[in-house]
Each structure stands twice: as structure tokens, then as C-alpha cells.
Write a protein that binds this ligand. Structure first.
Ligand SMILES: C[S@@+](CC[C@H](N)C(=O)[O-])C[C@H]1O[C@@H](n2cnc3c(N)ncnc32)[C@H](O)[C@@H]1O
Length: 410
């Protein structure tokens, strides 16, 4: 069998008979992602809902094939004889060393030709399936670390759970999931994490519905932990989104004190509210940011402040491979401006002697240590001191790329 490069080989799928209508499901999803610019996770959710007759294996085939094709889109389109969806799927299928059935839809595909084209390919951006501008930025910012980093970010993400210690322990949850046939393992350095041995949908499991865990990458679990919270504190999570880190903070605080979860998007805070209820978190207080007044009213009111700022998301490409096709140098520049604006204004909410964490899910120094440096050198940063910073690269951790800086307000 021909296997021309290191695309993850889904053995389960390669033995599977191809069905015309599941491949059409993949086409439909790709069309919504690339032609209509929709987000991959939402598209897959909707595509799967649109056909209740698909069984569990068909569903995971559609979801995983779509994700992998999005990840390797540039390389696939380069190797494919045309941009027709059948040619693109057929190319992807052959690239993994699978055989194609003798259907007329696949008539134009020639495995040897594809292999030859791949072997003579030298352009690193096409080989890693990223836009040219990203290859340039990555090389400029990360130097010799870039090649291994982008390779690592092109791998399939593991599914990691964060145990809700307000309701259970890691050991108990591990056993409970094992009894349901879900095997997990623990990783040193991540006290609340359980990693699934095999990718599967855990949202239907009763333990999820009871709020015993959340799905949250291991690197992301380091963020709330870095804030050194204690029960009884007043903590502001200023970019709380749907509350992933607020829930973790509340668990670390043993549900004592207050977590004020702020965001500019009301619908995200509504989601956070539902999750807080499921998690048994009672110290959660959502607060919509309506302008600079909301920030001013909270002047020097927090013992701890989390700035989990909007970012390029380049550290979480494993999970959101469509990000690389949606970003641009301009959009990264814009988000960097927002990051510095938030750094200039939000720390006013912290009490003197309080601590804050600035975090991103990016691997670019220009969103990370250089932003913190700029802040510390500015008027607003004069009273702050950097205590520690952690640069999490995917190639070293095996999980998402993150940046976490802890600062003290003197
Ligand atoms: C990286 S996400 C936060 C993820 C979240 N902390 C979690 O753990 O799930 C950044 C969030 O910042 C929010 N945001 C964007 N502009 C903002 C602003 N000016 N002030 C506060 N939050 C903002 C976005 O809506 C988004 O939810």
C-alpha cells in the first residue's frame, strides 16, 4: 500500500467500505467551511444533525475526515488533479495509503502521479499545509523552533478532561469512566487532567451531564492554576468567554469567595452561566462589559485578575485547523492591538499587592512576552513586576501552545 506522508492513518476507517453518501457529507461540510467561511466545529455539528440515519461510525468518519482535510487543505489541493470535491477526497484517501473503489467519481485519480508530485515538493509552506505568510511569520518569530512547532501543531489533538474537583476526584472519575468503557490516563504536572486513550464523544456520558468534568486541554489547565488563587478571594476573569477558566478558578477556590466573569459578548456569559450550574459553582457572577465605565467601577477591587486575552489561536491549531485559513497578518495585528489595550486598562481593577495572569493560546512572542515587556515599560505597567512566565510549545508539551505570565501589582 502506498502511504506517502505522515497523515494520521485511521485504521478503523481504512478498513471501512466507502459510502457515497458519507463522502457527500464531507463535501457538504467542506463547502460550508471553505466557500461560506463558516467555523469547522459548528459546520460538523450541523452536518451530522442533518442526517439522523448516519450511524456512530459514519459520524466519526465524517467529522474526522473533514477535520483532517481542513488541516491538510493546502497540500491536498496542491496534489489533487483538480479542485473538484471527489478529486480532493480521493487524493486525501490515497495519501494515507488507502485504496479507492472503482467508482467513476475517482476515475481521474492516479496514485503514482500524486506520489511523484509529493516527492518532488520542496516548498515548506505547502508541505506543512499553511499559508505563505504564516511560514514567514513563524520563521521570523520562532526561528529554528518553528519547523518542529508547526509539525506538532499539525497533529491531531488529544481529548483532555479537567476533573471538577468540586464534585469528584480524579481517581473516582477515572474509575467511573472506565466502567463505561472510556479509558483514560493521567499525565504528570497536570493535577486535574485525564487524557482519553481513544478519541470519542464524551458529552453524552452521564458523568458530563452531572458536571463531573469539562473538556479542556492540558495546557489550558495551567492558566487558572498559575493565578495562585485561594478560597475566599475576589477574582476577576476579565475575558471569560464561555467560562472555561472561571469554572476552574472556582474549583481551585473550593467554591468560596467570588469569581466575576466578564466579557463583551453576552451570549458567551449565558453559556458560562449554564456551565456553572452544571459544575455546581455558586460563586460565579457574570458581568457584561458595556464600555470603559464597567472597568472603572471595579477599580482596585480584585485580589486576582485573569487576562485570558483574545489572540490569534495559533497555539490551538490542532483543535481548530481552520484557523490557519481564516487568519491573516492584518487580523493578527489587530488582535495584538486589542491585547495591548486590555493590558493598558484592565489591570486597574486589581488591588495593590494583587496578582494577575496574562495568557494567550498563541505561540508568537509578539502576542506574548513582547506584549508583557511593552506593558511593563509603559506608564500603566510601572507598578507591576513579572513574577514568572511559562512558554508552552506544542512540540515540548505534546498539548496546545500557550503563554502564561504572572505579574504582581506593587
Ligand atoms: C481566549 S478567549 C477567552 C476564553 C475563556 N477564558 C475560556 O477559558 O473559555 C478571549 C475572550 O475575550 C473576549 N473579548 C474580546 N474583546 C474583549 C474586551 N475588549 N474585553 C473583554 N473581553 C473581550 C472574547 O469575546 C473572548 O471570549
Amino acid at each position: 500500500m502506498l502511504r506517502i506522508f505522515r497523515l494520521p492513518l485511521h485504521r478503523e476507517f481504512s478498513r471501512m467500505k466507502l459510502h457515497n453518501n458519507t463522502i457527500r457529507g464531507v463535501h457538504q461540510a467542506l463547502d460550508a467551511i471553505f466557500e461560506q467561511g463558516q467555523y469547522a466545529d459548528k459546520v460538523i455539528e450541523r452536518t451530522l444533525k442533518s442526517n439522523p440515519k448516519w450511524g456512530a461510525r459514519d459520524r466519526s468518519f465524517i467529522a474526522e475526515t473533514t477535520y483532517e482535510m481542513v488541516r491538510w487543505w493546502r497540500l491536498i489541493t496542491y496534489l489533487s488533479p483538480s479542485n473538484d470535491y471527489w478529486d480532493l477526497f480521493g487524493t486525501y484517501w490515497l495519501m494515507q495509503g488507502n485504496a479507492l473503489p472503482p467508482w467513476e467519481e475517482f476515475e481521474r485519480l492516479n496514485a503514482e502521479k500524486i506520489k511523484g508530485k509529493f516527492e518532488s515538493l520542496k516548498n515548506p509552506a505547502i508541505l506543512e499545509s499553511i499559508p505563505d505568510w504564516l511560514e514567514e511569520i513563524g520563521k521570523k518569530e520562532l526561528g529554528e523552533l518553528w519547523q518542529a512547532e508547526i509539525q506538532s501543531l499539525n497533529e491531531e489533538a488529544e481529548v483532555v478532561l479537567r476533573v471538577n474537583t468540586l464534585k469528584t476526584t480524579r481517581e473516582r472519575l477515572k474509575n467511573q469512566l472506565a466502567a463505561d468503557g472510556i479509558q483514560t490516563y493521567i499525565v504528570k504536572g497536570y493535577p486535574d487532567a485525564l487524557v482519553l486513550e481513544e478519541r470519542q464523544n464524551v458529552f453524552r456520558n452521564p458523568a458530563f451531564k452531572e458536571g463531573l468534568f469539562e473538556v479542556q486541554d492540558a495546557s489550558s489547565q495551567l492558566v487558572a492554576a498559575a493565578l495562585a488563587v485561594e478560597p475566599g478571594m475576589r477574582v476577576i476573569d476579565a475575558c471569560a468567554g464561555a467560562g472555561g477558566k472561571s469554572l476552574h478558578l472556582a474549583a481551585l477556590m473550593e467554591n468560596k469567595g467570588k469569581v466575576i466573569s466578564m466579557d463583551v459578548e453576552e451570549w458567551k456569559l449565558q453559556q458560562a452561566k449554564l456551565r456553572a450550574r452544571r459544575n455546581g459553582v455558586s460563586i460565579f457572577e457574570p458581568k457584561l462589559i458595556e464600555g470603559s465605565k464597567t472597568i472603572k467601577r471595579l477599580k482596585e477591587s480584585a485580589d486576582r485578575l485573569l487576562l485570558d486575552v483574545p489572540c490569534s489561536g495559533l497555539g490551538v491549531l490542532r483543535r481548530n485547523p481552520d484557523t490557519k485559513w481564516k487568519l491573516s497578518p492584518e487580523s493578527i495585528e489587530k488582535v495584538q492591538q486589542t491585547q495591548q489595550e486590555l493590558l493598558q486598562t484592565y489591570p486597574s481593577m486589581l488591588k495593590p499587592g494583587g496578582q494577575m495572569v496574562y495568557a494567550t493560546c498563541s505561540i508568537l512572542p509578539s502576542e506574548n512576552e513582547l506584549q508583557v515587556k511593552k506593558f511593563l515599560e509603559s506608564e500603566a505597567g510601572k507598578e507591576f513586576q513579572l513574577i514568572e512566565e511559562t512558554k508552552v510549545l506544542a512540540q515540548e508539551s505534546g498539548f496546545d501552545g500557550f503563554y502564561i505570565a504572572r505579574l504582581l501589582k506593587k
